[in-house]
Design a protein around this ligand. Structure first.
Ligand SMILES: NC(=O)c1ccc[n+]([C@@H]2O[C@H](COP(=O)([O-])OP(=O)(O)OC[C@H]3O[C@@H](n4cnc5c(N)ncnc54)[C@H](O)[C@@H]3O)[C@@H](O)[C@H]2O)c1
Length: 333
């Protein structure tokens, strides 16, 4: 669809995340936000007024009336399949919030229907569009860290009360799993995890996941317990070390000054006490805006800078393996 015309976009589910999609579409120059749909009329009516678009309670009626060119699906994860298929069946490209779905079967239904109908399906793994991740990927491709040894990732904070249908692994760790697959250009061959229910008795609210990527070890820590929101990643390589903060978009790089032969203690202190450090601050670009721009360009021109449904399925499969591994260790202890 190579076209200069503005695309008519809509958002289905304008809760915590979907309302940001509506805001960003409304801000984009090459897009008209034509409608939002949400079953929760009262709390979202104001959003339609704010962005001067139509509001529907029934998303199917919205699709049939407005016939949008593209849709964001931001309903609870257990409804992704139903809503995404309704869009795909009407030949409307979709960006589905992460995770792609709650189960492998639902994810595969979405992928297969998208292929059968030749409709673009993208997944909202928004951290891929964080400028610090893009920069880190570039440095990895340039082999600036040498041989990568390990990655540590921490995504913790308090419980989001609107999450009722997934646990902390599906809701949070799926971000980090996708990022590690992307940074390393690989998928893990081993998946281990421990998890627990500290502040509720229904679902895991903390987890430590260990992934093995052909000799590269990845440790992902997630929880809904820590009273402060932390979103960090660190990477160790033979030639350097990186510390990345998703929230303030800073990336600190330490260049290794390792030398096999050290002649004196003084030289040891100088070399290892103060490595060459560089701090990059990449603040200012909203990852969601970059994600939606790429989604729109993908629909218009077929650009490939998107997170595919296959990527979304891979992250979900690994997250579900981690849950099964955690279940096994939970039952043992
Ligand atoms: N990318 C991210 O960083 C990120 C962050 C938060 C949430 N999410 C994802 O976004 C999705 C939504 O999460 P949320 O936190 O916004 O949840 P939420 O509960 O705040 O919002 C979901 C909205 O969907 C509406 N809804 C439910 N059933 C509907 C239906 N049949 N038709 C139309 N609307 C319906 C609800 O009324 C609600 O307003 C989840 O898949 C979640 O994993 C992604």
């Amino acid at each position: 669809m190579a076209t200069k015309k503005k695309l008519n976009c809509a958002v289905i589910g304008v809760g915590n995340m979907g309302r940001h999609h509506a805001r960003v579409y409304a801000e984009m120059k090459n897009v008209n936000l034509v409608a939002i749909a949400d079953v929760h009329g009262k709390s979202v009516h104001g959003i339609a007024g704010k962005y001067k678009c139509e509001y529907y309670k029934d998303y199917r009626r919205m699709l049939d009336t407005e016939k949008p060119d593209a849709v964001t699906v931001a309903v609870p994860t257990s409804l992704h399949r139903e809503v995404a298929l309704a869009c795909i069946d009407r030949h409307i490209p979709v960006l589905i919030e992460k995770p792609i779905a709650e189960s492998i079967r639902s994810a595969k239904d979405i992928i297969n229907r998208g292929k059968a109908k030749k409709v673009p399906v993208c997944i909202g793994h928004v951290e891929r569009f964080n400028p610090v991740i893009q920069k880190l990927k570039q440095l990895i491709v340039q082999r600036r860290f040498g041989h990568i040894i390990s990655i540590g990732s921490k995504r913790v904070g308090l419980f989001p009360p609107q999450v009722l249908d997934t646990d902390v692994i599906i809701d949070l760790a799926v971000h980090d799993i996708d990022i590690c697959n992307y940074l390393l250009g690989l998928q893990p061959t081993t998946v281990n995890a421990r998890a627990g229910k500290a502040l509720n008795n229904k679902m895991y609210d903390y987890a430590d996941i260990l992934l093995g990527y052909n000799g590269i070890d990845v440790h992902i820590q997630v929880n809904w317990i820590t009273p402060v929101k932390v979103r960090q990643l660190s990477l160790t390589g033979t030639k350097g070390y990186a510390e990345l903060n998703y929230l303030n978009q800073t990336l600190r790089i330490y260049k290794s000054s390792y030398k096999k032969k050290i002649d004196s203690y003084g030289e040891y202190v100088v070399r290892f006490g103060s490595p060459q450090t560089k701090e990059l601050s990449l603040t200012g670009k909203e990852p969601l805006k970059l994600e939606l721009q790429n989604f729109i360009e993908h629909i218009k021109y077929g650009n490939s800078n998107i997170v595919t449904a296959g990527d979304g399925l891979a992250a979900l499969e690994i997250a579900l393996k981690a849950i099964r591994a955690a279940d096994r260790s939970h039952n043992k202890s």
